[in-house]
Design a protein around this ligand. Structure first.
Ligand code: ASP
Length: 300
């Protein structure tokens, strides 16, 4: 994918829907949702909507479909219930919001935004957090037992589908934002918190870079993966793709032997996708390129 020019006025939306090891398991419907979400986000960006709004809107659409391990389709923990995590980073202001262990909120990414904008905190977790967030306007699911339908009911445990969702966006004003939402790993222990809830691990944005990760979260937390990619690119002057590949292929894939992938963009218009599994569901559009959605990566 070509980088856009450095000039102001350009926009980019890049989305992921998790890594895959078996292409036979990818559903057309999943790619269709990604294509629609990216198309809608691209139009919003063309109209001047802020990156942060587009990240939240895009992830909300994906959470609501039940086709990903996020929101409605979230995997169950070992005790048989959903515990959702999400995080959101605003590159323009440096602010961030995150939620973990949500059992009844419909849209974890919106909840993360409420944390960021209305609480003065960065992260809230658990039942008390849910009540606080409901009081601040977050929507609770009316019938928890029947609302959540884990996407993994369609797969065996070894299918290799992950299904976490994430988005990184550059808006026409040159502002970046990133977000990630997940039901976590299948059969996780109750109370386990993923990288997708942790700013710097699964989600990161500053004035120059926006990053969203997917994969075995424990390794992304240990390596502060999303933050490392952005800072490595910035401090060392590497291309964003080189920085992403270093983390995903050399460190998490190579040294740790753990699966994962990442999407990242820069204010200068660089676009990076890196994945050490077979592929990663993703979609992309910008003011200069039409909408694409797929699961094979163009590199490496
Ligand atoms: N990172 C998520 C987690 O560890 C899972 C994923 O991205 O597939 O819960």
């Amino acid at each position: 994918m070509p980088a856009v020019d450095v000039n102001d006025g350009h926009h980019i939306i890049l989305v992921h829907g998790g890594t895959i090891t078996d292409p036979g398991r990818v559903l057309d419907a999943q790619l269709g949702v990604i294509r629609e979400a990216v198309t809608a986000g691209n139009q919003r960006l063309a109209g001047g909507t802020a990156a942060l709004d587009v990240v939240v809107e895009t992830i909300t659409v994906m959470e609501n479909t039940g086709l990903f391990d996020a929101g409605k389709g979230s995997y169950l923990n070992r005790e048989g219930y959903v515990e959702n995590d999400a995080s959101l980073a605003d590159g323009r202001t440096g602010r961030a919001g995150a939620v973990a262990l949500l059992r009844c909120l419909k849209n974890p990414i919106m909840a993360a935004r409420i944390v960021m904008e209305r609480t003065g905190h960065v992260m809230l977790a658990g039942a008390a957090a849910e009540q606080t967030l409901i009081n601040l306007g977050a929507e609770a699911v009316a019938d928890v037992e029947n609302y959540f339908k884990p996407v993994n009911r369609m797969y065996d445990r070894e299918s290799g589908m992950t299904g976490t969702v994430g988005a990184v966006v550059l808006d026409r004003h040159g502002q970046l934002a990133a977000g990630t939402s997940t039901g976590g790993t299948r059969g996780k222990l109750a109370g386990r918190i993923s990288d997708s809830a942790i700013i710097g691990a699964g989600t990161y944005a500053n004035r120059d870079y926006a990053v969203s990760a997917t994969g075995l979260g424990e390794y992304f937390i240990r390596r502060s993966a999303a933050c490392d990619i952005a800072l490595r690119a910035g401090y060392l002057g590497l291309s964003l793709q080189q920085a992403a590949d270093k983390m995903i292929h050399d460190l998490i894939g190579g040294a740790d032997k753990a699966p994962g992938g990442v999407i990242a963009i820069s204010r200068r218009g660089e676009i990076a996708l890196s994945c050490n599994a077979y592929g990663m569901l993703h979609g992309y559009a910008s003011d200069q390129a039409g909408v694409t959605a797929g699961f094979m990566l163009s590199r490496p």
